[in-house]
Design a protein around this ligand. Structure first.
Ligand SMILES: Nc1nc2c(ncn2[C@@H]2O[C@H](COP(=O)(O)OP(=O)(O)OP(=O)(O)O)[C@@H](O)[C@H]2O)c(=O)[nH]1
Ligand SMILES: [Mg+2]
Length: 229
């Protein structure tokens, strides 16, 4: 009897294409960020506030992943940035093959920064490398502080944990210290920033984190003048 490990094969295939995506992006020094969270934690809301800040300095493109529809792509297109919508047709995550053509287009365009908004899901997106430089995950305070213990892989993958909807904190039993301790239990080095996309709290800090990561990739400090040449 032959036992075929489909999951391992699938992920190995994904990793190979992700490596191609990463290599393509590297040829032009394009920094790529994979934004992940459970449905409704605030990914699009964060990007609506964050991308205008990044766009003062960098040319930003977005690849938007949703099961169906283009609602989020339409929201982000209002920022005046190039946005490509990918419909996964039922799959609960983006994978490296789905974004491959989009990455190719970005690499042959004028962009410096590529942002993936992944499908809202706390489990599957974490398993599929897209070729990004960094993964950011949002946990909103309405979801409960136990999530790092229950869904550790996402917290292990992410370099930055954004605790969103802080404006609602007083209306919940969410304990920030417990959540941060649990996240650092599974990923000791994870950075944590508290945000509210309603009030704007913490958004500049997220932008500064991303700027530092772009500078680290490019091997020099962020340039002082607007828009990289
Ligand atoms: N009060 C409050 N509401 C927020 C905040 N961030 C997002 N929301 C609201 O939460 C809802 C979901 O926000 P989205 O930005 O669409 O969330 P998302 O993660 O992109 O959702 P999916 O793409 O469907 O997974 C919307 O009604 C937002 O207005 C926040 O910081 N505070
Ligand atoms: Mg969204």
């Amino acid at each position: 009897m032959h036992l075929i490990d489909v999951q391992t094969g699938l992920l190995a295939d994904n990793d190979a294409i992700a490596a191609e995506n990463r290599a393509m992006l590297a040829t032009r020094g394009i920094y790529a960020l994979n934004v992940m969270s459970a449905p409704g934690a605030g990914k699009t809301s964060l990007l609506e506030r964050l991308l205008p800040l990044l766009a003062t300095r960098w040319r930003v493109a977005v690849i938007e992943g949703d099961i169906v529809g283009s609602a989020d792509a339409e929201r982000l297109a209002k920022l005046g940035l190039p946005v490509e919508q990918i419909n996964t047709g039922g799959a609960c995550h983006l994978d490296a093959r789905m974004v491959h053509h989009g990455v190719h287009d970005v690499v042959h365009g004028p962009s410096d920064v590529l942002v993936f908004e992944n499908v809202g899901n706390l489990v599957c997106p974490a398993e599929f490398d897209l070729g990004e430089d960094d993964a950011v995950m949002l946990l909103s305070v309405t979801e409960g502080h136990d999530k790092p213990k229950k869904y550790p892989l996402m917290f292990r993958r992410a370099g930055l944990l954004v605790l969103n909807k802080m404006d609602l904190l007083a209306m919940t039993d969410f304990d920030v210290e417990v959540a941060v301790a649990a996240a650092r239990d599974v990923h000791p080095g994870i950075a944590v920033i508290r945000t509210s996309c309603r009030t704007g709290e913490g958004i500049a800090e997220v932008a500064a984190w991303v700027e530092r990561r772009i500078a680290a990739k490019r091997g020099r400090p962020a340039p002082p003048s607007p828009k990289a040449g």
